[in-house]
Design a protein around this ligand. Structure first.
Ligand SMILES: Nc1nc2c(ncn2[C@@H]2O[C@H](COP(=O)(O)OP(=O)(O)O)[C@@H](O)[C@H]2O)c(=O)[nH]1
Ligand SMILES: [Mg+2]
Length: 466
């Protein structure tokens, strides 16, 4: 980078208040790399991710490649450019140099006995910089639940994890931990995306102060969580996942295995908090979903959960930073068709579609209400949203929760808007005619609003003339 490409004297770069802030900005990712560049050619594995320097207890995953050429960047570029008959094999070969496994001591328990655990893992998409918040989340997970069950953790990142991250995080649990890079294809901009349009649309959202409105990495994250996480080669032998994020609290001891509960009760998707999405991030997600339902001729007993009385999206969604769900469902052709249909519109980039409304509307389209489970006994916090089981005054149950003192913070009490709809929902066979009616009603309402606006402008102009 030369000063010719970034002129520090231009008004744009004089924004930071002091020199330190300016230097931080100058060297930050967004200044050294163009976040809107379509093809990132700058993949240089950092020295801090030289896994050959890890102690011998850090190994390759069983059955995965173990030896690699010296020039790993070239190796990766070659794999990406090659024609493979199996995508799974290609992704596996591509990421293998940056996949490291740590066998936890808890595995000894299962050596000479039948392993009663489900085919499941706790999965975490995370950046190196979130190490402290992640340690907190793992501590929570272990203390409340996993010290009894020892489910493995799998960590994903679009950049190689550093040796420091791997060594620190593997020490937070006795369970197995695996650290992996994400395939390039899962975190990149498809050819058909118009980057000029993307940039323009982002600046509109920034003007409107929409959170993450101008962030490309946030869009990659949402698109990855919507349509790619379940395609990762490390998850192919698993049936269920529990999604964990940095900086969460779990409040209640969980004494049974929720993965087992999901399987035995034929549950496919589960949640703990349901809330409304920012409408400006998903202006056309509902219409696109209705068009998909028409195209696929779907009858969907759960979709009405998400419709308001005007047949528009009520913005309710399951908050996906907590999820326990079936990987087979995400891997089904129905789900994948839905994701591909959404993705073909480019609106993960042009708008800011979140994985939470996408997963929720997919559940609305494809699942029966009784396949969706609310885990009442899981107390949870992320960001400012919190919920826990409130025992009724005359209950004989013993509380297993350490809960915030301020009872009014419980989202079950103050955030009943969406959860109330879910609790009182009666299955309704929403079919393509409902979708067509909904689209018509939405267009008519829009037309009425435009007409009203034009009438108002005419009235205002004539009032100004008089
Ligand atoms: N590796 C990686 N993880 C990310 C990135 N952006 C977000 N995440 C992870 O994706 C999840 C959701 O991101 P977060 O910032 O919590 O989004 P929010 O909850 O919608 O505000 C968290 O687990 C983050 O650690 C990224 O650019 N790279
Ligand atoms: Mg989050």
């Amino acid at each position: 980078m030369t000063l010719a490409t970034i002129n520090p004297l231009s008004a744009k770069f004089l924004k930071p208040a002091n020199l330190i802030d300016w230097l931080k900005l100058y060297w930050s990712d967004s200044f050294t790399k163009d976040p809107y560049a379509k093809v990132k050619t700058d993949f240089t594995p950092p020295k801090s991710s030289d896994y050959t320097k890890l102690p011998s207890r850090y190994t390759r995953v069983e059955g995965w490649p173990v030896q690699f050429p010296e020039n790993l960047a070239e190796y990766r570029a070659n794999v990406i450019a090659s024609n493979y008959t199996s995508k799974q094999q290609q992704w596996k070969d591509e990421v293998a140099p940056w996949v490291i496994h740590h066998r936890g001591s808890a595995e000894d328990k299962y050596l000479n006995s039948v392993d009663p655990r489900e085919k499941a893992a706790i999965i975490v998409l995370v950046r190196d910089s979130e190490i402290e918040q992640l340690k907190h989340s793992i501590r929570m997970m272990e203390d409340r639940f996993n010290h009894k069950f020892n489910y493995p953790y799998i960590f994903f990142n679009e950049k190689p994890f550093t040796n420091n991250f791997i060594q620190t995080i593997s020490k937070t649990t006795k369970s197995n931990t695996t650290f992996s890079l994400i395939p390039h294809e899962h975190w990149s901009v498809p050819d058909y995306i118009d980057m000029k349009k993307t940039k323009k649309e982002h600046s509109k959202l920034v003007e409107l102060d929409v959170v993450y409105g101008g962030s490309m990495s946030y869009r990659h994250m949402c698109r990855y969580n919507s349509g790619f996480f379940y395609k990762h080669p490390l998850l192919q032998n698993l049936k269920y996942y529990w999604r964990l994020e940095p900086d969460i609290d779990y409040y209640c001891n969980l004494e049974y295995d929720p993965f087992k509960y999901m399987r035995e009760n034929k549950k496919v998707y589960s949640f703990v908090i349901m809330l409304t999405e920012l409408s400006r991030t998903i202006p056309t997600l509902w219409e696109t979903t209705l068009n998909f339902s028409i195209k696929k001729n779907l009858t969907s007993p759960s979709l009405k959960i998400f419709s308001n009385e005007n047949y528009d999206y009520n913005l309710c969604h399951f908050w996906s930073n907590f999820e326990i769900a079936s990987l087979d469902w995400f891997r089904s052709s129905d789900y994948d068709d839905y994701f591909n249909y959404l993705d073909s519109t480019g609106k993960f980039f042009y708008e800011r579609w979140g994985d939470a409304p996408v997963h929720s509307l997919a559940a609305g389209l494809l699942l029966n209400p009784d396949q969706i489970h609310f885990f009442n006994d899981i107390g949870y916090r992320h960001d400012i949203f919190t919920r826990w089981t409130a025992l009724s005054e005359d209950s004989n149950e013993v509380s297993k929760c350490v809960v915030p003192q301020d009872k009014d913070r419980n989202f079950d009490i103050r955030g009943t808007e969406c959860k109330g709809i879910f609790d009182n929902y009666k299955p309704y066979p929403w079919d393509p005619n409902d979708s067509k009616n909904a689209l018509n009603t939405i267009y008519m309402n829009k037309l009425t609003r435009v007409n009203q606006h034009h009438s108002y402008l005419r009235w205002r102009n004539s009032a100004a003339r008089n």
